[in-house]
Structure formats: structure tokens, C-alpha cells
Write a protein that binds this ligand. Sequence first.
Ligand code: NDP
Length: 291
Amino acid sequence: MTTSSSVRVGVLGLGAMGGALAGALVKAGYATTVWNRSPGKADALVEQGAEAAATARDAVRGSHVVIACLLDHASVHEVLDPLVDELAGRTLVNVTTTSPAQAREFATWAAEAGVDYLDGGIMAVPHMIGRPEASLLYSGSAEAFERCKPLLDTWGTSTYFGTDAGLASLYDLALLAGMYVMFAGFMHGAAMVAPAGVTAGEFAAMAAPWLTAMTGGFEEFAAVIDGGDYTVPGQQSLEFSDLGHIVAASAEQGIGTEVIGMVQGLIRRQIDAGHGEEGFARIIESIRQPA
Ligand code: NDP
């Protein structure tokens, strides 16, 4: 188990997120060495107690645990490939956003280099770092996660998904997919009421509690999906869920129908395939099997 007094951490990348992560480590008492490609970004952290390294190699050399928070997968390779000898035997936590395939590729790279590798995804914006509502997702080395957990917990709530290094990234992107489609739904509603003189702020005041309450339905949908039986009684049927009236009302307001039409398309495909009396959760089958 790591304690802040015994672990030296190197942070590579001091952008908005890397700077926040390094700041939380310094605040928690970790001996933190920081490095950034362009100069100047370490200054505030040094004032708080971090040590600035002149090169990425220097930051790695003095550290038990190395954190990479760079722009993308390519920049992680660009910085770490030349340091493969220095990284061997150390723990690397890469919280740079990558695709699942890129995370797995990097895990293979790390295994070949003798690096204990943990991949991470950050479900937070920088000002949330250090608070429990910042959710950080990890997968890869179980030993690295257990050993580093106290350190990782200084950033927020840590969740580990198992040894497949790609899984944290997959969850990260899947959660973001859900978020963006929800945001588009909010925008559609706001556009729909706007011609009636309703401001987006007035609509938001109604939409936020409504959508929050509706997330209570996730568990029921999940039970049906995981059970694989869309005929379970008590569900809202696909026929009942036909959104034709919402599509028509949107058109009457003179706005685009792409967002609501997309959901209607998923419903229609299942109805057209003869599943109209089955539950709404069945639209996941339209997503699983692209048209
Ligand atoms: P920034 O754009 O603020 O910082 C990017 C960092 O990457 C800088 O330190 C930059 O160095 C460095 N960098 C970029 N390219 C290279 C390179 N080729 N070689 C060396 N260093 C390089 O991004 P963030 O800090 O916001 O994001 C970092 C990671 O965290 C990203 O993967 C992002 O997706 C993820 N993330 C960010 C969130 C956010 O809200 N900001 C939320 C969740 C995840 P330099 O200063 O020299 O340009």
C-alpha cells in the first residue's frame, strides 16, 4: 500500500488536467516532480511544493509512479518511447484520453518494456479534481491499481474495471456517448420551445429535474436488456412509444427533426420487424445491429 510519505510521483504533462492532477498530489503530501514540454507551466506547482524536472527523463528517473496526462495517444508515445529503458520496473498510470484499442496497444508496449501499466479515463473537468464527484476509471494491472489506490483517490473516486487495459477507455467513451446524446436531447427541447418565446434558461429549469428523475428508468431497462426478454409484462411498448407526434410538433415549430427523428428511427425499425408490442428497451437491438 502506498502512502504519501513514501512514494515519489512524476507527472508528465501540465495542461489544464495534468496541472490539476499534480496540484492534488502536492496538496496530499506526495513528493511530486513535474515536467511539461513547454516551459512556464510548472511555476505555480513549484510554488506549492512540486519539483520541476528539466526533461521527461529526469521526472521519470526519480519517481516510483509516473503519471502521463498528455494530449493524445500519439503524444504519449512521442514522450515515452525514448524513455523505455528508464520506465522499466516502474509503475505507469496513463490518464491521457485514448481509444480502447490504443489503450490495449499501450499496455502491450508497457508489458514488453517491463512497465506495470494502468490505463485511466477521467470523468471530470479540472476544477472537480480532488473532490469525490470526480470519477476516475481504471483498467490494466491489478497490482498497480491496488498499490496506487491511495494516490489515485486524491483525485476523486477511483473505479477499477479489471485487467483488460481497454475497458476504462471503453467505459469513458460510452459514458460520454450517453452524455452527448442527452445534451442533444436538451438542445432539441430548447429549440422546440424557443419559437413560443421560452428562453433556454426557462426550459433548463424544467428539463434538469425531469431528466434527472428519468434516469431512474435505467435500472429497469437494464434488467430487461440483461434478461434478454423484451416481452416482460409492465413495460411501455414500442407501439405506445411511437414519437410521430413529437416529430410532427417539432416540424410545426419550424425546427430540425434529426435528433428526435433518430430515436424514432430506432423505434420504427423494431416495430417494422414485428416487435411493436414489446418493450421500449428493445431499441437497443436497432443500435446493436446497424441498419
Ligand atoms: P491541454 O491541451 O490543456 O494540455 C495538453 C498537454 O499535453 C500539455 O501539457 C501539452 O504540452 C502536452 N502535449 C501535447 N502534445 C504533446 C507532445 N507531442 N509532446 C509532449 N507534450 C505534449 O489538455 P488537458 O490537460 O485538458 O488534457 C490532457 C488529457 O486529459 C487529454 O487526453 C484529455 O482528453 C484528458 N481529459 C481532459 C479533461 C478536461 O476537462 N480538460 C477531461 C477529461 C480528460 P504543451 O504545454 O507543451 O503544449
